[in-house]
Design a protein around this ligand. Structure first.
Ligand SMILES: O=C(O)CCC(=O)C(=O)O
Length: 292
């Protein structure tokens, strides 16, 4: 029994992304939205480095909070929600940009849709993008009204680099995503023409940065028009790790909650090394998606 049609598979390979309507039901999307809001209510702002450290040299505290978040549920603030003294200028529930990065491991609601989901396993088998994928880097991205920051043009294999590149993004709308509240947009086909020119790494002296990658042939960025992908709650957008995509600032009065996670190919089919920002731990190795 397959879940994806041949047309959908071809469209994904042609465009580098694919909208799958109603991947989860409206009720399931609503339940994940409610769970996200509960997590925001539970967020202890007093324990967050942004409010604890108000001096200018707090950058490394922020780095550490980010760099050790791969196996935790942590909260990352919208830039415009924090004043120059490191204090929030709005309620904490409206100040968070995203929650990450181990929701799929630690939170039963997000785990169910990621690691305990027969429909997802069937999709993975149908797409044949990976031989033996593992899941990592899950996030709820909230795109707060009016301040929800733009996400610049990028491809995901830059941030979750493997050799060879193998990242695949799963992005599930928990609310309606429109032109004004920051829906995703894509440069169709750019996964075929845009090489991965750099990778996001942990720097030896602390913090993160980009390391250039050797590129053979034409490394000039592809030209073309980005296409807006609007979505309804429950829709899934599959994102090829090399396709260029972005989202604009949320200029509306509505939030734009989405749940996203990624898969990469596991060893020996691809190599994930210790330069990557997100590292598996002994207690929380990357979970395989398909049963053995
Ligand atoms: O949700 C967004 O606005 C951006 C998400 C994105 O680009 C990604 O997950 O790679």
């Amino acid at each position: 029994m397959s879940y994806l049609s041949q047309d959908q598979i071809q469209q994904f390979h042609r465009d580098g992304f694919l909208l799958i309507e109603n991947f989860i039901s409206k009720e399931e999307a609503g339940a994940l939205l409610n769970r996200s809001r509960q997590l925001l209510d539970n967020f202890d702002i007093e324990e967050h480095p942004k409010t604890k450290f108000t001096t200018t040299d707090d950058d490394h505290v922020g780095d550490d909070y980010f760099l050790t978040s791969g196996d935790k549920i942590r909260y990352f603030l919208e830039e415009d929600a924090v004043d120059e003294n490191g204090q929030l200028n709005r309620p904490k529930q409206s100040a968070v940009n995203k929650i990450g990065h181990a929701l799929h491991e630690l939170d039963p609601s997000f785990r169910r849709v990621t690691l305990e989901n027969d429909r997802l396993r069937q999709l993975v088998r149908d797409l044949k993008f990976h031989r033996d994928p593992v899941a990592l880097q899950s996030m709820v991205i909230t795109k707060q009204p009016e301040i929800g920051g733009a996400v610049g043009e990028h491809n995901d294999s830059t941030f979750l680099y493997t050799d060879p590149p193998s990242a695949l993004g799963f992005w599930i709308a928990l609310q309606e995503c429109t032109a004004t509240n920051g829906a995703l947009s894509f440069l169709p086909g750019s996964h075929l023409t845009a090489p991965i020119t750099k990778r996001f790494v942990r720097l030896p002296g602390g913090g993160t940065g980009f390391e250039p990658l050797p590129v053979s042939g034409d490394a000039s960025p592809p030209v073309g028009n980005f296409v807006l992908q609007t979505c309804q709650p429950g829709d899934l957008v599959l994102i090829h790790g090399s396709v260029l995509h972005k989202s604009e600032r949320n200029t509306s009065e509505k939030t734009r909650f989405a749940y996203t996670f990624h898969m990469i190919e596991s060893s020996p089919h691809a190599r994930y090394d210790d330069k990557n920002w997100l590292q598996p731990t002994d207690e929380m190795p990357f979970s395989k998606v398909l049963p053995h």
